[in-house]
Design a protein around this ligand. Sequence first.
Ligand SMILES: [Cu+2]
Length: 187
Amino acid sequence: MSPHTFILTLFLILAAIGAAFFIHLYRVSCSTEGPGLKKVGAKRLFTLVLLLAVFLILLSVTLPKSPYYRFTDVVPEKTVHVTAMQYTYMMSYDAFKPDMSDYKPPEGGVITLPAGKPVEFRVTSADVNHGFAIYNDKFELVTQTQAMPHYVNRLRWQFDKPGTYTLLCLEFCSSGHPAMRGMFTVK
Ligand SMILES: [Cu+2]
């Protein structure tokens, strides 16, 4: 048996035990025999329907505000290619290979993005998983994504305030993690 099949089988057995336990609990608690128990059943059903309604209302109100839908219908004014690595962020306006052989640093060494215009970061990693978290000058988290090896995450954002933004890693990526940071400016 392969490790995958073993884990799947173990999961299915544990899930079946768990399901049997909860079905048993449900059956026991559903009993309407005995004085006053019919009323309890009706109250329980009412509470359940009420909770479900509240849940659905909250879901329908909050889901469209999910950040995944932001800036999906815009053309970014500028695109920045980011490769995170232990323990820094390499950034360029031009795409570059993970081995950095064709890396072109930005003019002046600092990425500069336009304020009030949508921009896109294409974020990947050259080694392990890192975080790519953008903080404003008050050190408030603005937005973030993961930097993963062999995968490019697109992060779109619009910076309305000009200034210096700091990048921090939010994924423990080894001993140098606390010192891992980067920066760019918005003008
Ligand atoms: Cu890290």
